[in-house]
Design a protein around this ligand. Structure first.
Ligand SMILES: NC(=O)c1ccc[n+]([C@@H]2O[C@H](COP(=O)([O-])OP(=O)(O)OC[C@H]3O[C@@H](n4cnc5c(N)ncnc54)[C@H](OP(=O)(O)O)[C@@H]3O)[C@@H](O)[C@H]2O)c1
Length: 257
């Protein structure tokens, strides 16, 4: 576990911090006196957010515009952090993109960029930044997956598969690094109202609260919200996979995916 007091006056890196859940997590960390490095593609939005958080909470905030779908983005970010002399206490791998529709109608290049952001960048950033935390004996890595990680999702196939990777990877990493003093946790939001999902029922702020609670706990993975917990248990564990798939296919087809 890692407490708010342990994070205060240290640095957190939040990817995908320009909107939605990432912005809400950044706000929550800043409100607890945590300095920030915000990462996303939209430089203008990121600078605005950095200035606002710094003014409002009196913390240091660096905006680092980066496209995490590019191959060298994680190493460039690690170099920028080293050049700034920043020791990362908390890494929040939140940046994520989605793609909807039948796989056979999809654009292979788009599939690649979804995998690059959701899987490759998250994995590389963890591998680049976590060893220093382990060497110091404290820190935290939070990886944002999705309730879609718990069962394959027809018409959201690539997205859900990337999130299943995040869930599996983070749980394995949690087991590998127990006893190092570094908190590793995966957090799965369900439908949340953000620019990614205008039909979401949870708020980004509620998810940020779950992330905060997850940091101070010990479990390898946490699902946000009671309904989402119920749904992931039902679809991911209790229901036979072919029934879960048949229901998911029907629901997704009806939603116009
Ligand atoms: N909203 C939901 O219903 C929901 C449900 C389950 C899981 N999630 C997960 O929650 C996380 C946050 O999503 P959200 O709903 O808050 O979506 P969002 O508001 O669209 O935020 C996504 C963030 O990722 C950044 N991003 C996207 N592509 C990027 C790239 N190539 N390089 C760097 N940054 C990039 C975006 O900024 P730029 O566009 O400026 O790059 C933005 O800051 C994602 O991992 C998502 O999969 C969301």
């Amino acid at each position: 576990m890692i407490t708010a007091v342990q994070m205060r006056d240290r640095f957190a890196v939040v990817t995908g911090a320009s909107s939605g859940i990432g912005a809400a997590v950044a706000e929550r960390l800043a409100a607890h006196g945590v300095h920030l490095v915000l990462v996303a593609r939209n430089a203008g939005k990121l600078e605005e957010e950095a200035a606002r958080l710094s003014r409002r909470h009196g913390v240091t905030v660096h905006a680092v515009p980066l496209d995490l779908a590019t191959a060298d983005a994680p190493t460039r970010l690690a170099k920028t952090l080293a050049d700034l002399g920043i020791e990362v206490e908390v890494l929040v791998n939140n940046a994520g993109v989605s793609t909807r529709g039948p796989v056979l109608d999809g654009d292979p290049a788009r599939f690649r960029s979804v995998i690059d952001v959701n899987v490759t960048a998250l994995t590389e950033l963890t591998a680049l930044l976590m060893p220093a935390m382990v060497a110091r004996g404290h820190g935290a890595v939070v990886n944002i997956a999705s309730t879609g990680a718990y069962t394959p999702a027809p018409y959201l196939a690539v997205y859900a598969a990337t999130k299943a990777y995040v869930l599996s990877f983070t749980q394995a990493l949690w087991a590998e690094t127990r006893g190092t003093g570094v908190r590793v946790v995966e957090v799965s939001p369900g439908p949340t109202k953000t620019p990614m999902n205008s039909h979401g029922t949870r708020t980004a702020e509620a998810v940020a609260s779950t992330v905060f609670r997850a940091l101070s706990g010990n479990r390898p993975s946490v699902v946000d919200g009671c309904t989402n917990k119920l749904i992931t248990s039902l679809f991911g564990k209790l229901m036979p996979r072919r029934f879960a798939l048949a229901i998911a296919r029907r629901v997704m087809a009806r939603s116009g995916a």
